[in-house]
Design a protein around this ligand. Sequence first.
Ligand SMILES: *[C@@H]1O[C@H](CO)[C@@H](O)[C@H](O)[C@H]1NC(C)=O
Ligand SMILES: *[C@@H]1O[C@H](CO)[C@@H](O)[C@H](O)[C@H]1NC(C)=O
Ligand SMILES: *[C@@H]1O[C@H](CO)[C@@H](O)[C@H](O)[C@H]1NC(C)=O
Length: 395
Amino acid sequence: MARNICFCAAITAVLISLCIAATLDIPIYRQHLIVGDETRGKSIKASETKPNPVWHNDTIPLQKFMDAEYFGIIRIGSPAKNFKMVFNTMWGDTWIPSAHCGLFEIACMTHTRYDSSRSSSYQEDGTIFSTGDTANDLQGFVSRDKFRLDHLTIENQSFIEMTHIPWIPYGLSKADGIIGLGFPDLRHIKAPSFFTNMLKQKLINKPMFSFYFNRDATTERAGRLVLGAPDRKHVNESTLVTVPVIGKLYWKIKMDRMVIDVRDKSHPFCKDGCEALLDSSTNTIVGPRDEIQLINDLLGARSFVPAIFKMDRYMVNCREFAKLPPINFVIAEKTFTINSKYYVQHLTYESLEICLSPFVPSDEKFWQLGGAFLMEFYTEYNFDHGQVTIGKTKF
Ligand SMILES: *[C@@H]1O[C@H](CO)[C@@H](O)[C@H](O)[C@H]1NC(C)=O
Ligand SMILES: *[C@@H]1O[C@H](CO)[C@@H](O)[C@H](O)[C@H]1NC(C)=O
Ligand SMILES: *[C@@H]1O[C@H](CO)[C@@H](O)[C@H](O)[C@H]1NC(C)=O
């Protein structure tokens, strides 16, 4: 009996992390482990009164949860409260759960909530936000407050206080909210985005940010996000390639092709070139249904069932995944190879073990390169130049 309960708990935990993995995830948890170039202790009180130092960049170390979710901490309000935030390149706005959400809003109740009545730096706005009126939509209203990073404080930052948050996927996530790092035109609300505000308030010098991620289970380090500067310590500079962004909305670039070599035969995908979005919000690689089907066949991946979660995920054999072929992405005629050690998502909980192919089908023509790609490649995003720079990560 106890065993069954355990097993159920294990299954549930894996499904939960999967579910998050499918929709929400990339990370950054700001910890004391690796705070950039200086040491810091418990300085929350001190930094609340300190003015912005002349620093011009900020670093947010990342931490991971079950190889599924990556997030960082931002402190909001006065006195400051910690919020675990996912930094999402596919989204334009910033939101956190609100203290005004109802009693039956489970996804809201199980996370840290923002209470404007307890923050002396709160400023009212009240503009209603809604993506629709079904249970699967997000609903809330706009407020403004101080956002505190490691060295920098953003004043008067607008964000959405969510009063309705769908249970799937957010109820299950470790993170409380999202900071959008897409281009400003992706925003739903009018006020300046997190990044635009940092530039407007002259907190950072360069209109750019950079990420590296680390999936290695033997280390606590899950990567980091640097705002306002490159992080070239974490990249092999001779592999760097800079490509233009298409359309200045998403971080969308041109991919020349993809190649998988299996048993001396070369299988090409995205043959005439295609568009690819860099997506820090998932662990997956999403592409056109027919091509993804062929790729999963080549990897020997079988469909993974939980239909209720509406996920098109495929499983590979955990004993064999080290033998799966490397996958080559060609961008600006340079080859970026991902290896199965990194691209397979390995979820374990107690004795339960599930290994997932990162390849997920969609009905769109473009590709989305998420964690499975970003785990091996450092990326830089420049808003002004509309450019992305990619190179092999140096851990
Ligand atoms: C961030 O700014 C500080 C102070 O100007 C500088 O010492 C540090 O090297 C910068 N970090 C990066 C990653 O550029
Ligand atoms: C704060 O932000 C709002 C919304 O962008 C703007 O209308 C207002 O002028 C800002 N206030 C200050 C003091 O910058
Ligand atoms: C950096 O990349 C170059 C070109 O691929 C390679 O020859 C070199 O060995 C790499 N350096 C390191 C330290 O990995």
